[in-house]
Write a protein that binds this ligand. Structure first.
Ligand SMILES: Nc1ncnc2c1ncn2[C@@H]1O[C@H](COP(=O)(O)OP(=O)(O)OP(=O)(O)O)[C@@H](O)[C@H]1O
Length: 361
């Protein structure tokens, strides 16, 4: 297969295994996000693709060639790191073209590639400046340009925008989209920022402790998380998770109950699980001071301003849950009604923590 494939890949440092057995196919030309908490092995995976780290076991394929023993320089990859490490004594232009000059690419070709990337990344005004005379965002664009001019099949980015402020990040993401649109490389992008993952990824590979949790589109990762880890990692504030007992069409949560519609009843009854966990995102809990149909009762703890909305922390059925609200008018200890939106619930098997799936899917 073209693209990148990890086949039963293991990575250990001495006695410490970081990745036990990874199977992952990255399509040719896609923008894949490697997402996961700190230390889960994202950078290690990128470094294995780049050829900076040897794999301990298994096989790594790039464009259908097994590359286990292929040195980094022969893998046709370009890489951008968090600390973009420009040469301080060279101008932006010299930094961008350094690799090409070193590889004795002819002058005309260097000019063609330089002109193209300068236009895409709007670098014209800065070409004669040294890094110290550039802003962080401009330096970061120079680092991107230096990677882009390699015109590699594989473009690897390790948290390339993490040093930028929120506004610059948005514009840099747009530039990266343009680059990808123009050059259509297989792009693997490491981040632990889920907003970046949702907005930039065509697919997300979510990792935890060296294990692939879910590989899917941002929409599916958000709407149909395959397990509790995924449900909680994606989305902010995280998905509310409550133990539940299934009893004759109802979820018994603490000493309260929620009635499932028929499609969920059939689905739950068809599953092999015996103990369940009920999940619902804060944005899918409707709250009200007056009674709502099929709602649970909860007591307001406090309200947190999140900018465009308020996060309301609620004690409910022996758990703390969070609901999003447009209003801040919720008083501590006030009893309110909390209604899960029926089309947005998630049910997990408590024993395996895996989703039991979704009715009709
Ligand atoms: N050379 C090394 N020797 C021993 N352990 C290492 C080495 N390099 C990385 N590790 C360990 O491997 C694990 C995965 O590291 P990695 O850098 O891939 O994580 P990450 O997901 O990129 O984390 P972060 O988001 O914090 O950068 C970590 O526990 C780290 O301490």
């Amino acid at each position: 297969m073209k693209g990148i494939e990890f086949k039963n890949v293991k990575k250990a440092y001495g006695d410490t295994t970081i990745i036990e057995n990874l199977n992952l196919k990255i399509h040719e030309g896609e923008r894949l996000i490697l997402l996961g908490p700190s230390g889960c092995g994202k950078s290690t995976m990128l470094r294995m693709i780049a050829g900076f780290e040897k794999i301990t076991d298994g096989d790594l394929y790039m464009n259908a060639n097994m590359v286990n023993e292929v040195p980094s320089g022969k893998r046709n990859v370009a890489m951008v790191f968090q600390n973009y490490a420009l040469y301080p004594h060279m101008t932006a232009e010299e930094n961008i073209t350094y690799g090409l000059r070193r590889n004795k690419v002819n002058k005309q070709e260097i000019k063609r590639r330089l002109d193209s990337v300068v236009e895409t990344l709007l670098l014209e005004p800065y070409l004669k400046r040294k890094p110290k005379d550039l802003s962080g965002g401009q330096r970061q664009r120079v680092a991107l340009a230096r990677a882009v001019v390699k015109e590699s099949n594989f473009f690897l980015l390790d948290e390339p925008l993490s040093n930028l402020d929120a506004q610059l990040r948005v514009s840099a993401r747009k530039e990266l989209m343009n680059i990808h649109h123009t050059f259509k490389q297989t792009m693997v992008y490491v981040t632990h920022d889920q907003i970046e993952a949702m907005t930039f990824g065509e697919r997300i590979a979510l990792m935890n402790k060296g294990e692939l949790q879910m590989l899917d589109t941002p929409e599916n990762v958000y709407n149909r998380p395959v397990n509790i880890f995924t449900a909680k990692f994606i989305g902010s504030p995280p998905t509310n998770i409550m133990d539940m007992v299934y009893d004759n069409g109802k979820a018994i949560i603490g000493n309260q109950s929620f009635t499932f519609d028929t499609k969920w009843v059939k689905h739950i009854e068809a599953s092999n699980a015996t103990d369940f966990v009920f999940g619902i995102r804060p944005e899918h809990l409707q709250i009200s001071k007056s009674p709502l149909e099929n709602a649970l009762k909860g007591k307001v703890k406090y309200v947190e301003n999140q900018g465009d909305q308020y996060a309301v922390f609620i004690d409910m059925a022996n758990s703390e849950v969070i609901a999003m609200s447009n209003s801040k008018d919720w008083n501590t200890d006030e009893v309110i009604f909390v209604q899960p939106m029926a089309d947005h619930i998630h049910i997990f098997d408590k024993a395996t923590t895996n989703s039991i799936g979704y009715p009709g899917v």
